[in-house]
Design a protein around this ligand. Structure first.
Ligand code: NAD
Length: 302
């Protein structure tokens, strides 16, 4: 049993903390939203009065927050920062599971190191369903020894644990993955819409492409055409799943990374514009596979 401080009990953090408590850990939690704290109590977590109290007495602390500014504001002593690193004992391990910009992850990691605290950037893939089921993929950056130390705790929340490389590498790998995901989802929607406009059945076309060279995860596991795949968000009005506005956020992070790396990302930039346009049309809260609606006509079947 480990005493774990956990900050950020949103769509992802709530079920992740619950899984840690279910595995027998003493999980001290905090979130700004009172309803999240009520749910955490029901899940067996110990609710703290503030973030500092949540990490007090912990050798391991986890954060799951919206963006880099929140993560820096929590751990660092910069203007408005809570300096929570200062509340941890030397040798403690901090795991930030948020999807954030690489510079913020590296800044918090460097500040932690200066205080003798270990830090891993560990963004996740697998969405809210994966968080609830404890089947997330963790994509980790940091020292190998710290990754090994974190594994037993990460295994309570996830199934696939990868070390991508040094500090920041987890965020880089996550951004590369999500940029590719956006590109093949948009491409899949485009191909399906073309076939359907020319009279093909979307299910038949999906089966054919799924056994041909156009096969990909969006087509095979997350088909964007309503009714083709029973369990996909497309078949439940694009509810649940991975929201378009979160994909827009991740693509923004990928574009910033590309600028830093002087790496050309024309497909990623186009995908970002497509998802941004879709979000601007009021679809930001829908699952990202609803990008199909940019391509299909109301008269198309399905
Ligand atoms: P969310 O907005 O539901 O949850 C974030 C939580 O952080 C909120 O409950 C908020 O109150 C809390 N918070 C913010 N600042 C805080 C502070 N200073 N102290 C305490 N609590 C604070 O977001 P989410 O969907 O849980 O996503 C969290 C992270 O995981 C994001 O970086 C997101 O990009 C990433 N992610 C999300 C998904 C997904 O499908 N939702 C999938 C993979 C990765």
């Amino acid at each position: 049993m480990t005493r774990i401080g956990f900050i950020g009990l949103g769509n992802m953090g709530g079920p992740m903390a619950a899984n840690l408590a279910r595995a027998g850990h003493a999980v001290q939690v905090f979130d700004l939203v009172p309803e999240s704290l009520e749910r955490a109590i029901k899940a067996g977590c110990i609710v703290a009065g503030d973030a500092r109290e949540a990490v007090t007495g912990c050798d391991l602390a986890i954060s799951m927050l919206p963006a880099g500014e929140h993560v820096r504001g929590l751990w660092l002593s910069e203007v408005g920062g809570q300096d929570l690193l200062g509340a941890l004992p030397a040798g403690a391990l901090v795991i930030d599971c948020s999807t954030i910009d690489v510079a913020s992850a590296r800044a918090v990691g460097a500040a932690a190191k200066a205080r003798g605290i270990r830090f891993l950037d560990a963004p996740v893939s697998g969405g809210v369903a994966g968080a609830a089921a404890g089947t997330l993929t963790f994509i980790v950056g940091g020292e190998s020894s710290d990754f090994e130390a974190a594994k037993p705790v990460l295994a309570c929340m996830g199934q696939n644990l990868f070390r991508a490389g040094a500090l920041g590498a987890g965020q880089i790998a996550k951004m590369c993955n999500n940029m590719l995901l956006a590109i093949h989802m948009a491409g899949t929607a485009e191909a399906l819409a073309l076939g359907v406009k020319e009279g093909l059945d979307p299910g038949v076309l999906s089966t054919i492409m799924g056994k041909s060279s156009g096969n990909n995860w969006s087509l095979e596991r997350y088909n964007p055409w309503p009714g083709v795949m029973e369990n996909a968000p497309a078949s439940r009005g694009y509810e649940g799943g991975f929201m378009t506005r979160l994909m827009v956020k991740d693509l923004g992070l990928a574009m910033a990374l590309a600028e830093h790396a002087h790496s050309a990302v024309p497909m990623g930039a186009l995908a970002r514009n497509l998802f941004n346009l879709h979000a601007a049309k009021g679809q930001g809260a829908k699952d990202f596979s609803s990008i199909l609606e940019l391509y299909r006509d109301k008269t198309d079947p399905g």
